[in-house]
Design a protein around this ligand. Structure first.
Ligand code: NAP
Length: 246
């Protein structure tokens, strides 16, 4: 593959293991929710991994949000990059976790854990979802408060879309005012999430996009399955969209 040359214009550190890079790179077309491969040239070989884009398509820079995998070969190096450092960016994006793939429905639920909030922020920075859905509920689960990133961005989105957008933070390993303290799947099963937002989640009115680790996607899909929601396929429309990265 022919890689594009990118240059770091900002490295934002959120806590000891969470980072965002803004990257100046040749313009590409993509759909919000898609991912791109980003990497470094090491000993003449490009080592790259897929990262969801956090930026909106009209942003002049690309943005990725990632955590350091301590023994990983790439993320510790990406985290150390400074403004002006070069990296490799794929010329194309991929992925189907996009609003265009969602069937006609009243409410859109976005369930994310950790860095998987990224693709949903890209989606929510565009106008299309607010035109299409009556209510959009963004759920963001982290273990501890210091992992809640992009809260300014989320506040701005909430301000701009007061009637349409609801936000529910989940902080699972400590108490935080306003946050739910259980994992997302349990909050679906016990009704706490619906109660919190005052919106009923069922197969007649809801589509759910899930992004996170495979264990989280499995557990959330099972909790939704108990309510009659099933996986969405192009050939067999359903209610749950997920993305496999690796
Ligand atoms: P994480 O630490 O795995 O997850 C944080 C939150 O998820 C915590 O609240 C945790 O609850 C909860 N959780 C853990 N296992 C769960 C389960 N089985 N069901 C429901 N909730 C669960 O977050 P992370 O390490 O940042 O991982 C994010 C995942 O998203 C990774 O697998 C990554 O590959 C993937 N992803 C990344 C990107 C990207 O662009 N960087 C994009 C899409 C997806 P507890 O505190 O109770 O454990």
């Amino acid at each position: 593959m022919k890689w594009n040359e990118g240059e770091v214009v900002e490295n934002r550190q959120w806590n000891d293991r969470l980072f965002s890079l803004r990257i100046k790179a040749p313009a590409i077309e993509f759909k919000p929710g898609q991912f791109i491969r980003v990497g470094l040239e090491i000993d003449g070989e490009v080592l790259a991994r897929p990262y969801s884009l956090v930026n909106s398509p009209d942003d002049e820079c690309l943005e990725i949000f990632f955590n350091i995998v301590p023994e990983g070969p790439l993320s510790p190096l990406l985290a150390k990059l400074s403004v002006g450092d070069k990296l490799k960016v794929a010329p194309k994006t991929a992925g189907f976790l996009v609003v265009d793939e969602v069937p006609e429905v009243k409410n859109l639920w976005l369930l994310a854990t950790g860095t998987a909030i990224g693709p949903f922020l890209s989606i929510l920075k565009t106008e299309a979802p607010y035109r299409r859905f009556e209510k959009i509920i963004l759920c963001y689960s982290v273990s501890t408060q210091d992992e809640l990133s992009y809260m300014e961005t989320i506040e701005q989105l909430l301000d701009a879309h007061k009637e349409k957008l609801a936000f529910v933070p989940f902080v699972t390993r400590e108490e935080m005012d306003g946050a739910i303290q259980t994992r997302i799947p349990l909050s679906i099963t016990n009704g706490e999430l619906e109660k919190r937002v005052g919106v009923v989640m069922d197969e007649s009115n809801s589509h759910v996009m899930i992004c996170g680790s495979s264990a989280m996607m499995k557990d959330a899909s099972e909790a939704l399955g108990e309510r009659g929601l099933r996986k969405h396929l192009r050939r067999e429309p359903g209610h749950i969209s997920t993305e496999k990265y690796h």
